[in-house]
Design a binder for this molecule. Structure first.
Ligand code: ASP
Length: 350
């Protein structure tokens, strides 16, 4: 990582990679270099009144920026460590990140940086900085505006003119500029007439007076297949589920079940779940529906989940639920406390 000072008391911008900073290569778009010059040039191209209102920033660029499709839990913990080591010197932090796994990193940062007393704003772009009509400079400007607002005290995503809680975001479109949605929670802010307006009533109000209580465990061991995401499909067999859940290296799994929390009433399938739970694996379930919560047990077809000890993820996104499993499994907690925390809203994720 290289550091270049542009102004004191400013926003810290961390460049991790992603389309925003990519350039054409014979193999397609890949992370490019000299991000500081390129970003400054792109921001200068925005309307003068918007540029004049932007806070000063200091840029830290990862030595080897990545396409975020390559990110792992180890990258999430490294990023949280980088922010925790530096955030006190800045009014807020902006993370420039690829959009593919941006929502995963945002959710993970929220669990690691609990009680953060200033904004950590992730953004990226659907088009590189230099592309005609690119959304990159505009998204960075929005992120800088929100990162300079001391009233925001959580991990958020600024994208396409909107501000979304980090634990509530999902990438929703492969091409459109409005690439992120917040399916089960209202927006935390928006750009209105050029201003970045936070909707503070939707923010983490009850956490405001909490001192930072970061939890920065090592995620590296869990990156080696410790947590799985398993979407059920009509016809799934106990043999197939067992291939995932009976693996002794697995520590936890997120099941994506149907509707309000249902799965086949197949005794063999339910036995695989119960065995994994009895083996001490942390199992949770959410719905395959993007909107709404699960409530296992409303239907007879959901009783099996409860009986097998699978925790309800409520209305959590897959990103928020899986990164929470990783986080809780990386902490030195007993099973009862892990399960209690999973069912508790730690950072507005449920
Ligand atoms: N593949 C890119 C990435 O996630 C996509 C993007 O940034 O929009 O790094």
């Amino acid at each position: 990582m290289t550091a270049r000072v542009s102004h004191p008391h400013s926003v810290l911008v961390i460049y991790t990679g992603g389309t925003l900073g990519m350039q054409e290569t014979p193999r397609g778009l890949a992370p490019g270099g000299d991000i500081e010059t390129r970003l400054a040039r792109a921001l200068e191209g925005l309307p003068a009144n918007l540029v004049a209102g932007l806070p000063a920033y200091r840029l830290l660029a990862f030595d080897a920026p990545i396409d975020s499709s390559a990110a792992t839990p180890a990258d999430w913990s490294r990023l949280a460590g980088d922010i925790a080591a530096r955030y006190r010197d800045y009014t807020g932090v902006v993370v420039l990140h690829g959009t593919d796994t941006l929502a995963w990193s945002a959710a993970s940062l929220a669990y690691q940086l609990q009680g953060i007393d200033r904004p950590v704003v992730l953004t990226g772009a659907m088009q590189p900085l230099e592309a005609k009509g690119s959304d990159a400079a505009d998204n960075v400007a929005l992120a800088l505006q929100f990162a300079a607002n001391p009233a925001l005290r959580e991990v958020v995503i600024a994208f396409g003119g909107r501000l979304i809680r980090g634990t509530r975001a999902r990438k929703w479109h492969t091409q459109a500029g409005l690439a992120f949605e917040s399916p089960n929670h209202p927006l935390l802010g928006e750009r209105v007439d050029g201003d970045a307006v936070p909707y503070l009533d939707n923010g983490l109000v009850h956490h405001r007076d909490d001192a930072p209580r970061f939890e920065l465990p090592d995620y590296e061991p869990l990156g080696d297949g410790g947590v799985a995401r398993i979407a059920l499909w009509p016809g799934i067999t106990a043999r197939q589920l067992s291939a995932w859940l009976d693996d002794s290296r697995l520590k936890g799994a997120l099941l994506e079940v149907w509707g309000g929390g249902n799965l086949p009433e197949d005794p063999a399938l339910l036995e695989v779940l119960a065995r994994a739970n009895d083996d001490g694996k942390l199992l949770a379930a959410i719905s395959q529906c993007p909107h709404g919560a699960i409530n296992p047990g409303d239907y007879a077809a959901g009783q099996g989940l409860k009986a097998a000890g699978v925790l309800s993820g409520g209305a959590m996104t897959p990103e928020a639920a899986l990164t929470k499993l990783v986080h809780l499994l990386a902490l030195p907690l007993d099973d009862i406390e892990r399960r209690r925390r999973f069912l508790t809203a730690l950072v507005g994720e449920r």
